[in-house]
Design a protein around this ligand. Sequence first.
Ligand code: HEM
Length: 151
Amino acid sequence: MRIPTCLLLALVLAGLAPFAARAQMDPAPAHPELRGVFDDFGGEPGLVALMDDFMARMLADPRLRPFFVDSDQALVKRHLVEQFCAILGGGCAYSGRSMIESHAGLGITRADFNALVEVLQEAMAGRGIPFRSQNRLLAVLAPMHREIVER
Ligand code: HEM
């Protein structure tokens, strides 16, 4: 049931282009219409649990571990919770840096980006988040590659 990134991009192009444009401009574009998706994620406590699981999976993945092993993992998780909560209309304020600023110089490739999305999908599936809600979030995240992928 994993949705390939190319299909997600097609979905974005088909119907979510305005949201994509906003996601490109802002590290935490709010989508109040995704409030039901926020509830499917278990609200803010669900996002905290998801990010704990997601970070553990990334540190166990040889493709992603090198990026995160020396980062302030607790801070990155907190900022991810805030960002996803804000995106999903949960009313949180994002206090981290912009996507361009926080990823500049890391040398992230398209393959690295796809690996992170894959591991995020595994973490969401592992927590029983409905596929439709997973894909609504991923459709907002997908265009962010423009600010994150460098080569
Ligand atoms: C849509 C995809 C992504 C989103 C939404 C995202 C989001 C974030 C957020 C919110 C932060 C915290 C910024 C801060 O603390 O100020 C962060 C940091 C970070 N991200 Fe991403 N990220 C994405 C993709 C990636 C990818 C593909 C990689 C590498 C494979 C990556 C590696 C990192 C690293 C290493 C940090 C910590 C940087 C530092 O400590 O200075 N991210 N990301």
